[in-house]
Design a protein around this ligand. Structure first.
Ligand SMILES: [Zn+2]
Length: 380
C-alpha cells in the first residue's frame, strides 16, 4: 500500500474565501487485486445479536466506556462564523420543512455539529451491493463457501470451528486492495469534515470507503467493525489490518505474532455473537451535542444501530437521504424531520449544489481520485 500525499496549492482555493484544504493526505492503494468483491455491508434483519444484545450492550457499554476524546478541530477547519445553534433556543423559530430549508441553514452557518448515520446505500454507487440485494447480495453468492447457512460466515461460533470461509471472503472484501473507490456521498461527508462541521459519522459499512475518502478514524464509528485493525482471538493482541493482509491474500489463516501464542487473528469485523465496538457508545454523548443528523442510505432496520437517531433532541433536524422512506421517517416523523427520498447519489449532488458546495466537491474528488467522477472507479 502506498500513501500519497497531496498538497493543495493555496492558489486553488475556491470562491467565497472558503478554503477547503491545505494539506490532504490520501491513503490510496495501488495494488491491483484480481478478485471482484460482490459484497460488503453488514446488514441482517435476522441478526440475533443486534436485536437481543442491544439493551445489555448499551448498559454495559455506557458503564464501561470512558468517553474522554478531546474535541479536536483541524487547524485547517474554518468554524462557523455565526453561532446561532439550535441548542440555544433559536430552533423553535427555525422553519424547516424542505431540503432547501436545510441547505439554507448550512449556508447561514447555523450549525456546527453534524452527525452522519450511514448504511449500505451510500456504497452501492461504488458498486458494492447490499448484503441482501436479491441475486447480487452477499447471501445469494455464498454457495461457493459451502457453509450451512448464509449468516454462518459471520457467526463467531462457526468461525471458531471453520474460519476458512470467512477468510476466503475477506480476501475479496479487503478495502485496501482498492477494488472499490469512495463515491460522491463519501466525499460529501469528507467536505463536512474539512469544514469542521462533522461531529461523527456512524456507519454500518465494513467496506472502509469512509477511510479511503479521507475521513479520519477519530471521526468514524464503524459500528459493524473494520478491516483496518485485527485482534488475536486467543490472547487479544491487536495489530494493524495490513499486517495480516498478505497471509489472507495467500489463502493462509493469520496467526498471532506472539511467540507464546498460537491464536488465530481475525479482522475487527463484528460477528453475530459479538458486542459492538466500544466506540459505538459515543452516540450517547454525540447525539446530545448534535444540531443536525443526516441519515444516509440505511433501512434503519438493524438495531441497536438504527435506534441512535431517536436519541437526538426533538428540536434537532433529522434529514433522511434514502431510496425509500424508512424507520421513524415513515411512521413517527418529528416536526423537523425532512425526507429526501429517491436516488441518493443524485439527491446528494442536488443538496451540495443547494448549499453552494459544488465546486468544493469537484475539487476534493479531483484531488483524491485524480479526476472528477461522482462514482470513481479503481485505478488500473
Ligand atoms: Zn495471540
Amino acid at each position: 500500500m502506498m500513501l500519497r500525499r497531496t498538497v493543495m496549492s493555496a492558489t486553488s482555493r475556491l470562491k467565497e474565501g472558503k478554503s477547503l484544504l491545505t494539506d490532504t493526505v490520501t491513503a490510496r492503494n495501488t495494488t491491483n487485486g484480481n478478485t471482484k468483491a460482490q459484497i460488503r455491508t453488514f446488514q441482517s434483519k435476522s441478526s440475533p445479536i443486534y436485536k437481543t444484545q442491544s439493551e445489555t450492550s448499551l448498559v454495559s457499554g455506557f458503564r464501561n466506556l470512558g468517553i474522554r476524546e478531546k474535541p479536536k478541530q483541524s487547524t485547517n477547519h474554518k468554524p462557523p462564523t455565526t453561532r446561532r445553534g439550535f441548542c440555544t433556543g433559536n430552533s423553535g423559530r427555525l422553519n424547516i420543512r424542505s431540503l432547501q430549508d436545510v441547505a439554507n441553514i448550512f449556508k447561514q452557518n447555523q450549525i456546527e455539529n453534524v452527525v452522519v448515520v450511514a448504511g449500505a446505500g451510500i456504497s452501492t454507487p461504488s458498486g458494492i451491493p447490499d448484503f441482501r440485494t436479491p441475486g447480487t447480495g452477499l447471501y445469494d453468492n455464498l454457495q461457493q463457501y459451502q457453509i450451512p447457512y448464509p449468516e454462518a460466515i459471520f457467526d463467531i461460533d462457526y468461525f471458531h470451528r471453520n474460519p476458512k470461509p470467512f477468510f476466503t471472503l475477506a480476501k475479496e472484501l479487503f478495502p485496501s486492495l482498492g477494488n472499490y473507490r469512495p463515491n460522491y456521498i463519501h466525499y460529501f461527508v469528507r467536505v463536512l469534515y474539512e469544514k469542521g462541521l462533522l461531529l461523527r459519522m456512524y456507519t454500518q459499512n465494513i467496506d472502509g470507503l469512509e477511510r479511503l475518502a479521507g475521513i479520519p478514524a477519530s471521526k468514524l464509528v464503524e459500528a459493524h467493525g473494520t478491516f483496518a485493525t485485527a485482534t488475536c482471538t486467543l490472547c487479544g493482541y491487536k495489530c494493524d489490518g495490513d499486517d495480516i493482509k498478505d497471509r489472507i491474500l495467500n489463502d493462509n489463516i493469520p496467526k498471532c505474532k506472539k511467540t507464546s501464542c498460537s491464536g488465530m487473528v481475525k479482522p475487527d469485523i463484528v460477528f453475530f455473537g459479538e458486542d459492538l465496538p466500544r466506540k459505538f457508545y459515543y452516540h450517547l454523548r454525540d447525539m446530545l451535542q448534535a444540531d443536525m443528523v443526516l441519515v444516509m442510505g440505511t433501512s434503519l432496520e438493524v438495531q441497536p444501530f438504527a435506534g441512535i437517531i431517536d436519541s437526538v433532541r426533538w428540536q434537532v433536524p433529522r434529514i433522511l437521504f434514502n431510496r425509500d422512506v424508512v424507520g421513524p421517517f415513515r411512521h413517527h416523523r418529528r416536526t423537523k424531520d425532512v425526507v429526501a427520498d429517491g436516488d441518493i447519489l443524485q439527491t446528494m449532488q442536488k443538496f451540495a449544489t443547494m448549499i453552494g458546495w459544488s465546486d468544493e466537491m469537484v475539487e476534493i474528488i479531483t484531488q483524491s481520485e485524480g479526476s472528477y467522477n461522482v462514482t470513481p472507479r479503481r485505478k488500473m
